[in-house]
Design a protein around this ligand. Structure first.
Ligand SMILES: C[S@@+](CC[C@H](N)C(=O)[O-])C[C@H]1O[C@@H](n2cnc3c(N)ncnc32)[C@H](O)[C@@H]1O
Length: 255
């Protein structure tokens, strides 16, 4: 039976990879890399570095494929993403069929952890539902960008007994801060949606490229640091050609 590993590799620091991941990687015949074909090839390079650093035998192969584009003509975000997942499923299906012999082992190296804002597991489920190829698969967890952010700022995400909400820039821009939690982690925010919250008495812990040599960390009362973060973000994105940033917004503790 073919086997596919879905391996979380951490969010940028090659040392934030687990022993379990390294063990699995050493059994892999073929790594599948989805290449976005843009400046984010930095991310592909990191995956290659991880393979070179942690795999003892040089017998593995890397197969790079271009990630299908999302169809901009589909107006609904949810429908557009679902259509994109279906396209990706066809790509994975073909890869598994073409590149993995019976008994071979393949792997997808997932940024951070596969359980958080990543489509790989949904796409693999689509491949299984399509029923054209059969394989076993196993998920190996990784350090998320949220954990990496908290560690670099040396903070606990929640106050004592409080909850934490993880959401997206899109949700924050549409609905503001969730009312039923004190701590909000925001990911996938291409538009610095925190700008809309500067009248609120909250603290922000922001990090870009966390764990990499490009890492930038900023924190403070949102009203005081929002402009600096926005400017820093804009400049870093221009000079690097891409950015990944995450932030925690904390409401004040009420006593
Ligand atoms: C598609 S999601 C992938 C999340 C990933 N699965 C994880 O576990 O962190 C991409 C988002 O993760 C966050 N992210 C990933 N790597 C990051 C890093 N090194 N520094 C800051 N944010 C990061 C950003 O919010 C980015 O928009």
């Amino acid at each position: 039976m073919r086997k596919l590993y879905i391996i979380g590799i951490g969010a940028g620091d090659p040392e934030q990879i687990t022993v379990q991941a390294i063990r699995a990687m050493n059994t892999v015949d073929v790594f599948f890399f989805m290449n976005k074909g843009d400046a984010k090839s930095d991310l592909v390079r990191l995956r290659k570095e991880i393979c070179e650093r942690y795999i003892d035998q040089r017998t593995y192969r890397i197969v790079e494929v271009t990630d299908p584009e999302r169809d901009p003509s589909i107006a609904s975000y949810a429908v557009r993403v679902e259509a994109w997942h279906q396209q990706r499923a066809i790509v994975y299906e073909e890869l598994i069929e073409r590149e993995l012999g019976e008994g071979d082992c393949g792997a997808v190296l997932v940024w951070g952890d596969p359980s958080l804002y990543d489509s790989t597991l949904r796409v693999i489920n689509h491949v299984i539902e399509r029923g054209k190829v059969s394989f076993d698969y196993e998920v190996i967890p990784g350090i998320t960008s949220v954990q990496a952010l908290a560690a670099r700022h040396k903070i606990v995400l929640n106050g004592i007994g409080e909850s934490v909400c993880i959401t997206t820039g899109r949700q924050l821009a549409a609905g503001g801060l969730p009312v039923d939690t004190e701590n909000v982690v925001v990911m996938l925010d291409g538009n610095s949606s925190f700008k809309g919250l500067t009248d609120q008495d909250v603290t922000i812990y922001w990090g870009a490229y966390v764990g990499t040599e490009k890492e930038i960390l900023l924190s403070g009362k949102l009203g005081e640091v929002a402009e600096i973060i926005e400017r820093t973000r804009r400049e870093a994105r221009t000079s690097n050609g891409w950015i990944m940033d995450t932030y925690l917004i904390k409401k004040p503790v009420l006593v």
